[in-house]
Write a protein that binds this ligand. Structure first.
Ligand SMILES: [Zn+2]
Length: 309
């Protein structure tokens, strides 16, 4: 589904809103799009009424699924570091779930389960885990490393009966969906009546995003939609959920990981070379390289919603 947007088009979330150009895209050729290159994106529009932020999509849905399917999570340094970082990142999310309902004994579906790190944690907390993951490579890691039950596929392909789950989680996934309202509607039917959905994403209305504007690294081609608590709750309500609330949480990263990111942001640059030198210098000093920097602003939030009983 290619999404050609123009200024003045109707908003997908509200009846009265129209889109206006927020940031001109900086992709030079759709042939060369790196789906997850930071701060490289297509034209981005914002609804003048509800504030929904949408990116133009230049690829067919099949091409996007193909890209997700072939994404690799093996070997190189940044991926190994990403795995370590993720395992630290999920503990606050599990605590947010437990503020609303017990994880123990729950049938839990994690959408975009990646290599299964969160599902493994959920299982240690007593959940009966099931995962859905488009990347073939990540699915294999989740099965072999954690012995998890994971389906390789996207939401439209989910092969589970209706009303099978007590909890559905989407961690940093909703911004990647090419049809978020359609996908959330499909997930609602997989929840038992009264079951909960937990969705984490970045808040595009946050002061960090406002200050960085078009240089915001969270603007990337793979992020087709940028939500705020207001627009995400609207999408959830259109999909048939009752919004329960929102919880902001702080992400933290090790210095080692942050330094490695310079190569991702500015490959081959002087800054990236300096960061690499610094990494080599601090590596022998374990407490320093493991020190974690906490992002001070409320950039990330979890939306909590329920399938009506
Ligand atoms: Zn709108």
């Amino acid at each position: 589904m290619i999404l050609n947007l123009t200024a003045g088009a109707n908003c997908q979330l509200c009846r009265d809103g129209h889109l206006s150009l927020l940031f001109q895209g900086n992709i030079e050729s759709t042939e060369l799009v790196r789906f997850s290159q930071y701060a490289v994106y297509g034209d981005i529009y914002r609804c003048n009424v509800c504030g929904f932020v949408v990116e133009e999509k230049s690829h067919e849905t099949d091409a996007i699924i193909e890209s997700l399917t072939s994404e690799n999570y093996g070997g190189d340094k940044i991926d190994q570091l990403s795995l370590e970082e993720k395992s630290k990142a999920y503990a606050p999310l599990a605590r947010i779930i437990e503020c609303h309902r017990a994880i123990s004994g729950a049938q839990l579906l994690d959408v975009g389960a990646n290599t299964g790190i969160f599902l493994n944690l959920a299982r240690t907390l007593g959940a009966i885990p099931f995962g859905l993951e488009p990347s073939l490579d990540a699915t294999k890691v989740a099965r072999s490393q954690f012995d998890l039950e994971i389906q390789n596929g996207v939401i439209a392909e989910i092969d589970q009966p209706d009303a099978a789950f007590d909890i559905v989680t989407l961690w940093d996934v909703v911004e990647h969906l090419y049809d978020p309202v359609g996908d959330l509607t499909a997930l609602r039917s997989k929840l038992k009546p009264g079951g909960h959905i937990f969705i984490s994403t970045h808040d595009i209305e946050n002061v960090f995003c406002r200050i960085l504007g078009k240089r915001n690294p969270l603007l990337m081609y793979a992020h087709f939609y940028h939500f705020s608590p207001h627009t995400l709750s609207r999408a959830l309500e259109i999909a048939g959920f009752e919004t329960v609330g929102f919880s902001y949480f702080h992400k933290s990263w090790s210095i080692r990981y942050l330094l490695a990111l310079f190569d991702e942001f500015w490959p081959g640059s002087c800054v990236a070379r300096c960061a690499r030198g610094l990494t080599i210098t601090i590596s022998p000093v374990e407490p320093l390289s493991k020190l974690r920097i906490r992002f001070p602003l409320n950039l990330f939030f979890v939306a909590i919603a329920r399938r009506p009983a």
